[in-house]
Design a protein around this ligand. Structure first.
Ligand code: ATP
Ligand code: MG
Length: 390
């Protein structure tokens, strides 16, 4: 008997000719993640399922948890592989009964025979195995309609797989199948969620953080780096760029109308991020903006910000309420870091009465008073980056 982890594919099974590319990327990610975990793991792919065989003493708990973060996988389950005969199958079920049943009171057996020459039919396999389970655990009852747990017996070509129902995987599409995006990552709740949502569609991420030293601290920067590191658990490597907007903010406060400060700064962010995207080969920008959440996120405000972006801007949180974003932030593990109370450059020079109905002409009139291109070049010169994750 060998411990195994099975990964089931989701949307990927709908792919046609380029399915191999998706498959290759998913297996590459699985291999890389397992290479860092104690033990030997061999990886096989057949019938839209990846089978990971774990060596004796391998850290199967950790491998299992890690696999739940792989994009492209809809369900992950732990189980056993054994020889394809009923005596052996029943022995393995009895020996692993507690892990198969967990805390459930009702169960059902499901059999799947891809080896059609196997001596017993699926209903016969289920009946035999069900009986063995009831003998070993008389406290359980069979419920074929809505069991708390299903015990699966899969008769494959080379062996039998025995496993429970498993858990939900991360879903989406494998990392590395949708190009690269540049995430504008602040220390807030929304932008890490936005990055996660786009990464889930298979996109590689890089990130840019705008800092404003000495108004923003090293601790605030570390928080952003921690958030980006968290995202790498799902999407692999991220290069996090830090760029200073201190000079820009000082010039804005000295020369421009206060009620447009935030929007002027956001237009600088878009222009600078577009240049960084060009440098790193990213095809789009990603932000955590949500319609109407704050003054700089009314449709009029988003329109003036969008007008200077040199790349398409994706805002996956735009239709989500704060509450919904918070639920997602908790689920991906970024929430507790996001709520640490450090300042962001946007909050350092916040206007008391921001304009919620700006026009591009208003912004352009303010920008005519300052050296926009010089400020952008000098900000870009402060770019320093760290490599996080893989
Ligand atoms: P978040 O919770 O993501 O900080 P927010 O609701 O606080 O979002 P804003 O501060 O208006 O909203 O920022 C909107 C978006 O602009 C952010 O989601 C992020 O993508 C980007 N952004 C804001 N500040 C920064 C920053 N200092 N560095 C990089 N991107 C930023
Ligand atoms: Mg913010």
């Amino acid at each position: 008997m060998k411990e195994i982890i099975l990964l089931k594919y989701g949307e990927m099974v709908l792919k046609g000719l380029n399915r191999n590319t998706f498959n290759f990327k998913l297996l590459q990610r699985v291999r890389r993640l397992l290479s860092r975990i104690d033990g030997e793991f061999t990886i096989d792919y057949a019938q839209s399922t990846v089978c990971i065989r774990c060596s004796e003493g391998a850290d199967v708990d950790r491998a299992y948890d890690t696999m739940k973060k792989v994009f492209g996988v809809v369900s992950v389950c732990r189980g056993m592989e054994c020889a394809k005969n009923m005596d052996e199958i029943k022995k393995v079920i009895v020996a692993n009964i507690d892990s198969l049943i967990g805390t459930a009171h009702t169960f059902k057996c499901n059999a799947k025979r891809s080896d059609k020459k196997f001596a017993l039919t699926s209903p016969e396999i289920c009946a035999d195995c069900g009986e063995v389970i009831l003998n070993a655990r008389p406290d359980l009852t069979v419920d074929v309609n809505s069991p708390e747990v299903a015990v699966w017996i899969e008769i494959r070509d080379g062996a039998a797989f025995i496993h429970g129902s498993g858990e939900k995987g991360a879903g989406g599409l494998p990392t590395g199948t949708a190009g690269r995006g540049l995430l504008l990552l602040s220390g807030g709740i929304d932008s890490p969620v936005a990055g996660y949502m786009i990464a889930k569609r298979g996109m590689d991420l890089d990130a840019v953080y705008f800092e404003s030293p000495p108004y923003t601290s090293e601790a605030a920067k570390q928080k952003v780096s921690d958030l980006a590191s968290k995202l790498t658990e799902y999407c692999g490597r991220i290069y996090l760029h830090s760029i200073s907007v201190t000079e820009i903010q000082e010039v804005l406060t000295q020369n421009c109308e206060e009620k447009l400060f935030t929007l002027l700064l956001r237009r600088f962010m878009m222009r600078i991020a577009s240049r960084v995207a060009e440098r790193v080969g990213a095809d789009c920008l990603i932000t955590g903006e949500s319609i109407g959440q704050v003054a700089s996120q009314t449709v009029a405000s988003l329109t003036v910000t969008n007008a200077v972006a040199g790349k398409p801007v994706f805002r996956p949180c735009c239709g989500l309420d704060k509450e919904e974003i918070v639920v997602r932030a908790r689920a991906i593990g970024t929430f507790d870091t996001s709520i640490l109370p450090y300042e962001d450059c946007c909050t350092v020079f916040t206007p008391k009465h921001p304009n919620v109905n700006p026009t591009v002409e208003m912004l352009e009139a303010e920008e005519a008073k300052i050296d926009v291109s010089g400020l952008i070049e000098r900000a870009l010169a402060t770019d320093n980056y760290v490599r996080l994750g893989d």
